[in-house]
Ligand binder design. Structure first.
Ligand SMILES: NC(=O)c1ccc[n+]([C@@H]2O[C@H](COP(=O)([O-])OP(=O)(O)OC[C@H]3O[C@@H](n4cnc5c(N)ncnc54)[C@H](O)[C@@H]3O)[C@@H](O)[C@H]2O)c1
Length: 263
């Protein structure tokens, strides 16, 4: 039996990077996974999971659209009949100096990283509550992907840091509200450090050079390596599973020690 066998999981931003790894790991551990993304290549990721013997399907989805969220959750209710796990992973990184950032860029950052997470939780909770038996440690689990940028500031990344800080505190509010309602649903945030994914193509302001993650990791990560999407997906699996049944509102940092200290 897999660690999330019998559960239905929805993973946003699952066409690439961390979301893709989350979908693959959850499916490998027995979940039936609904992958969503603005990129149609999520279809190939779902097909790969099915080919490997897992259960998965892909739906095109812009997380900033409330009507799309509604139709995806309605589709899950119809097709899978339940929703146990929501991984709010889709995200973008808008880089730029504060005095050069346009209000449109700022709003785009908040729309995807903050509104997208709010809409995900808002749209999914009714079906998750229906699914939940309010059995401590066995009910639904929401995992929001924040960042170490949600724990501290960074030059050139003010909008991104602000958005990820919002995800961190929204997570705690969801956790407390669900606890207050005694619905058994837990909500935790994950804070990755330097993880090798295409997002780094977006976050090198004022430069055409791609970010050299190996060089950055050698300098800034105590364990002296960059992370891989699976490093995050394994932690998401734990938070999605009943093994973390007594954890809620927690912020789990997965960064090779980067925010702990320097060596
Ligand atoms: N890679 C890192 O080092 C790192 C570190 C900390 C946090 N994160 C966070 O991890 C999450 C995943 O990022 P990643 O590194 O895998 O990057 P990625 O670019 O590989 O994946 C992000 C995915 O989100 C999708 N997406 C973007 N806008 C969307 C929208 N409006 N609706 C639906 N899908 C959308 C993209 O198409 C893409 O598939 C993000 O929230 C990111 O902020 C990444």
């Amino acid at each position: 039996m897999g660690r999330v066998a019998g559960k239905v999981a929805l993973v946003t931003g699952a066409a690439s990077g961390i979301g893709r790894a989350c979908a693959e790991v959850l499916a490998r551990e027995g979940a039936s996974v609904v992958l969503t993304d603005v990129q149609g290549s999520g279809e190939d990721v779902a097909a790969g999971i099915v080919k490997a013997g897992g259960k998965a399907r892909f739906v095109g989805h812009d997380v900033t659209s409330e009507s799309e969220w509604k139709s995806i959750v309605a589709g899950i209710e119809k097709a899978e009949g339940r929703l146990d796990v929501l991984v709010n992973n889709a995200g973008i990184a808008v880089a730029g100096l504060i005095h050069e950032l346009s209000l449109d860029e700022w709003r785009r950052q908040m729309a995807v990283n903050v509104d997208g997470v709010f809409l995900g939780v808002k749209s999914s909770l009714p079906l998750m509550r229906q699914t939940s038996k309010a059995e401590v440690g066995k009910a639904g689990s929401i995992v929001n992907i924040s960042s170490i940028a949600g724990l501290r500031g960074a030059a050139n990344l003010s909008a991104y840091c602000t958005s990820k800080g919002a995800v961190r505190l929204f997570t705690k509010s969801v956790a407390i509200e669900c606890a207050a309602m005694q619905d058994g649903i837990r909500c935790n945030s994950v804070h990755p450090g330097l993880i090798e994914t295409p997002i780094w193509g977006q976050v090198v302001p004022g430069s055409n050079e791609p970010m050299d993650l190996d060089a950055a990791a050698a300098m800034r990560v105590p364990v002296r390596r960059k992370g891989w999407p699976e490093d995050i997906a394994k932690v998401v699996l734990f938070l999605a599973s009943d093994d973390s049944g007594y954890m809620t509102g927690e912020e789990v940092v997965v960064d090779g020690g980067m925010t702990v200290g320097s060596v």
